[in-house]
Design a protein around this ligand. Structure first.
Ligand code: MSP
Length: 510
């Protein structure tokens, strides 16, 4: 039976240009699904845009455009970034699409009919300038708005509520039975603690907020943007409309999110799902934050890193590699251009790039540009071959827990070992007739390792990995490969013509 794998990123707020943090979640997700596809899984990779809410309405007013014009423009920018970064999503859902709106209203109606949603009075913290509601725990010290820092005030209005409090015990039971539901583990503990401290019913509608999905019962009330947004994970699968995809892919294997939005995904979303009678996702993974100069990325303080600019200046694979290699996934990291450049130069230009650049010309020079025959195997050849084979199970272990930097470190052990192998065997000295067979073996050994490295690296740096294969004379599409078959040693066919080596990772001047 075909294994299915459903992974989602959040739907992104399109109130402003995408920044490095957005690129991070999506690049990580793309890497994981590419890995899964190569491992033989049928993948559904969902991303999209979160387009309702007050902030968008206000930005549109400020820019003197309609909210639709604003979100359309922003969605285009997001999609352009995803194309530049080789993001292979299967579906892009916009929360303003009819297919989503219908499902959100169906969900609301169902919960209302079964008594999980009821009408009441909302009393809570509100920031007038931001027109935003806040939970007490979200406020900054002194009751200040977390968004603008001005004092929030208590207001009252009619609202519909979701009986979140009733799901406190069922959620705790689920967490106890599934201690890996949230990863990293420390985050699971935080969520547990939060739920144990008591859940209050959640206000799920806003009165007179025009830019939102009207509730089916009362059009004056629009549905709280977070509830609307979370439902994207099942509206994209056709919940309550056409459930073929839902049957195939639900429950999601992983919801990938940043740590700032974990509670929505690990508390509110599972409670809504329990109320709907749907299975809970297998895992919610909360990654850390990219900071700049040690602080949060902030537009007003001019501390926003534009991933599109970085990709254009230094290469999109370079950016993908850096994001996943530099910081253990789950922890925070600080972005700086000099760390970025150092990492690219040392790993991609020096280690991997050099290996290619110094091997391929030897094939052109001594083997008429064709893959040589392997010939007799010596002990050290075997050692390298075994090291290559050993990466697969290690990579599987690390990808299981989304430890991308660990997986890359394992791959890099082989890159470094192969460079050492080349140094030790010095193929450029094996030019005499008596060394012909040895020269062939050494070069075959390195080229075959490079072929497998291309396969292993495809999830991380897809276009560059494909170019490695092209340079080795391979015409196959890496996207269509399977580790099981293509990962076996000996795939390179002697006599295949290689392509001239164009450096894939030029050194960046600091
Ligand atoms: N629209 C909501 C999500 C709704 S999901 C049902 C949202 N959008 S967002 O655009 O603000 O953030 C999207 C993702 O980007 C989140 O996973 C968030 O954690 C991530 N990042 C935003 N800034 C970030 C950093 N500075 N660093 C790393 N990731 C961060 O939240």
């Amino acid at each position: 039976m075909k294994k299915t794998f459903y992974l989602s990123t959040p739907v992104y707020y399109v109130n402003g240009a995408p920044h490095l943090g957005h690129a991070y979640t999506t690049v990580a997700a793309d890497t994981l699904v590419r890995y899964k596809r190569l491992s033989g899984w049928e993948v559904f990779f969902l991303t999209g845009s979160d387009e309702y809410g007050n902030k968008i309405l206000r930005s549109a007013k400020d820019q003197k455009v309609t909210p639709f014009e604003l979100v359309n423009k922003m969605v285009e920018r997001f999609q352009n970034l995803w194309q530049t970064l080789s993001i292979s999503y299967d579906d892009f859902i916009r929360t303003t699409e009819e297919r989503h709106i219908r499902v959100v209203r169906n969900v609301f109606q169902k919960l209302l009919s079964q008594g999980d949603i009821y009408k009441g009075k909302y009393e809570g913290w509100y920031c007038v300038p931001c027109e935003s509601f806040w939970l007490e725990g979200q406020l900054k010290e002194g009751g200040l708005c977390p968004e603008c820092g001005r004092p929030a005030e208590i207001i009252q209005e009619e609202s519909y509520f979701f009986r979140l409090s009733q799901y406190q015990e069922p959620l705790l039971d689920y967490f106890r039975q599934n201690p890996d539901f949230v990863l990293p583990r420390t985050r699971m503990n935080e969520v547990m603690k939060f739920v144990k401290s008591g859940l209050r019913d959640l206000s799920v509608t806003r009165l007179n907020l025009k830019w939102g999905i009207p509730s089916p019962i009362d059009e004056q009330h629009t549905i709280y943007v977070w509830v609307d947004a979370l439902i994207n994970y099942i509206s994209a699968l056709g919940y309550s409309l056409n459930e073929t995809k839902l049957t195939k892919f639900w429950p999601a294997n992983v919801h990938l999110v940043g740590k700032d939005i974990l509670k929505f995904h690990a508390v509110i979303w599972p409670a809504l799902l329990l109320a709907l009678g749907l299975a809970l996702p297998q895992r919610v993974f909360a990654h850390g934050w990219w900071k700049v100069n040690g602080g949060k990325m902030s537009k007003s303080q001019g501390r926003v890193i534009d991933p599109l600019q970085l990709a254009q200046d230094y290469g999109s694979d370079q950016l993908r590699y850096f994001l996943l290699r530099e910081v253990p996934f789950g922890q925070d990291g600080t972005f700086s251009k000099s760390i970025f450049i150092k990492r690219i130069n040392s790993d991609l230009a020096n280690d991997l790039g050099n290996l290619l650049n110094r091997t391929l010309p030897l094939v052109t020079r001594y083997c008429q540009g064709k893959i040589p025959s392997p010939g007799e195997e010596k002990a050290e050849d075997k050692k390298l071959k075994e090291a290559v084979g050993a990466v697969f199970p290690r990579m599987e272990l690390s990808m299981e827990t989304l430890s991308f930097s660990v997986a890359l470190t394992e791959i890099w052990k082989v890159v470094k070992l192969t460079n050492l192998y080349v140094d030790r065997n010095a193929p450029w000295q094996l030019t005499g007739k008596e060394n012909k067979e040895r020269l062939s073996r050494v070069l075959y050994q390195v080229l075959e390792t490079l072929r497998i490295l291309g396969l292993l690296l495809f999830p991380f740096i897809p276009p560059s990995a494909q170019k490695i294969w092209q340079q080795l004379g391979l015409k196959e599409d890496l996207e269509k490969q399977l580790f099981e078959k293509a990962g076996k040693w000996g795939g390179l066919i002697p006599g295949t013509e290689i392509q001239s080596a164009k450096p894939l990772f030029p050194r960046i001047k600091e």
